[in-house]
Design a protein around this ligand. Structure first.
Ligand code: ZN
Length: 261
């Protein structure tokens, strides 16, 4: 009984580590800047219903934007009604989940984060045009990022990157600089573009492909508010395959340890 209680306490501590913390939830806010194309301000809100978090926004960026329609992009930014529903305690998926087209997460300013692909399944960062904040609108007028949203957060010199957003599986997304001040690349991450920090999984944005997410490491709720259809699987690199094997070995070792405690 005593050891069962200890196990329950340990499990609770482990699970708590996986949820977005109150400090992280507080990062979801906008600057109130009027967006120049639409003339309106962006907003974002996070509601906690006890089991899930609802992240809602109008998708309007709270920073400077390029003129849209503009060179290489004929679309117009339009106000949206985003609702991302994520588990407070993310659950690891048995196998990584393929990323849909459209939103795969929301940045802390309420602007959606997309997978790295264009509608033609090419590297969007190479083949499409973006404004100086690394965003652009798609045909339905959704302004979005496929790469580091440099105007959505502040990166201080020599400091670990702050929270940048949350993925649809509930795992947080951080910027490229780790807790030692080193700038990460995709070779430092698994194929989903994340790693464990102090027992919790988190994604990282990097300057190299796939930039934000490579796949979902966690299970996505059926009504998460993102697409379900896999159109363009993200190709993993040899370095990421190596990281994935290491990740699986660590997971197996951890599970073995938990069952024998
Ligand atoms: Zn795009």
């Amino acid at each position: 009984m005593h050891s069962a209680l200890q196990l329950a306490v340990l499990a609770a501590a482990f699970l708590r580590l996986q949820a977005l913390t109150p400090d992280e939830i507080a990062q979801f806010r906008t600057t109130g800047t009027l967006e120049t194309n639409t003339g309106i301000a962006g907003w974002v809100a996070v509601e906690d219903n006890g089991r899930q978090l609802y992240v809602t926004s109008n998708g309007i960026p709270d920073h400077r934007t390029g003129p849209f329609p503009g060179p290489g992009n004929p679309n117009t930014i339009q106000e949206q009604s985003f609702m991302l529903k994520v588990r407070k305690t993310p659950v690891y998926a048995d196998t990584p989940g393929c990323l849909p087209m459209g939103p795969v997460g929301l940045a802390i300013n309420g602007v959606p984060l997309y997978n790295p692909q264009s509608a033609q399944c090419e590297d969007a960062v190479i083949h499409e045009r973006f404004d100086s904040c690394h965003g652009h609108p798609d045909i339905p007028g959704r302004y979005h990022y496929h790469q580091n949203p440099i105007c959505a957060y502040v990166q201080e010199d020599g400091k670990a990157s702050p929270l940048v957003g949350v993925a649809a599986d509930g795992f947080p997304i951080y910027g490229p600089v780790d807790e030692t001040g080193r700038t990460l690349t995709s070779a430092d991450l698994d194929e989903c573009h994340g790693r464990e920090v102090n027992g919790r999984y988190q994604y990282h944005i990097t300057a190299d492909y796939p930039y934000i997410l490579g796949c979902f490491r966690g299970r996505v709720l059926p009504d998460a508010g993102v697409g379900r259809r896999c159109v363009c699987p993200v190709k993993r690199t040899a370095a990421q395959s190596h990281q994935s094997v290491l990740y699986l070995l660590r997971l197996i070792a951890k599970q073995g340890k938990q069952t024998t405690d």
